[in-house]
Design a protein around this ligand. Sequence first.
Ligand SMILES: CC(C)(COP(=O)(O)OP(=O)(O)OC[C@H]1O[C@@H](n2cnc3c(N)ncnc32)[C@H](O)[C@@H]1OP(=O)(O)O)[C@@H](O)C(=O)NCCC(=O)NCCS
Length: 158
Amino acid sequence: MLCQLAKIATPPKESLPQVHEIEKLSFEDPYPAWYLRALYSLAGNLFIAAYNVEGEIIGYAAAVPKRERVCHIASIAVHPKCRRRGVGRALLESLEELCAAEGYNVCILEVSYTNWPALNLYHSSGYRWFMLIPNYYGPGKHAIAMVKLCRSQVLVEG
Ligand SMILES: CC(C)(COP(=O)(O)OP(=O)(O)OC[C@H]1O[C@@H](n2cnc3c(N)ncnc32)[C@H](O)[C@@H]1OP(=O)(O)O)[C@@H](O)C(=O)NCCC(=O)NCCS
């Protein structure tokens, strides 16, 4: 598999099995296929995939509206063979830009408190811890909720 990032775009629905393969390779408890399809419908253009130069999907990310002006980063994963090459950060930045373009000011997410690659990615991208959620992923599997302003809020107009 080639890992050079060629483009980031919303994949067609027929590509979801490829996305699911990456999901299964990336998580101990992956989303089932039906959940990924539901996420795809809910996220709309906030469901994005990273493509290599041969048009293969090498990573994906998705966000859904949480409440007014708050965008929830629901998932991000990169094929294990293509990690540490900037694909995860490129996906996250693209998703934040799309969230901002849709009018969301705040991006939030949850991450396992033991997931150091993801914690590093988020922290170095400007996310900050705001809450520990005990047992979020199962007994003893705590999550850290993180938040970032995905664009600066206009506090004073005119
Ligand atoms: C988290 C994940 C998406 C990062 O993707 P990636 O393409 O490898 O990340 P990048 O190459 O863009 O790295 C961006 C930053 O993340 C951090 N990072 C990534 N992998 C890391 C690792 N193995 N150890 C420590 N820090 C790591 C670093 O801060 C890195 O910046 P640097 O390269 O300048 O040091 C990827 O590891 C993955 O798919 N993990 C499994 C799924 C997952 O845990 N998703 C997050 C759920 S909350």
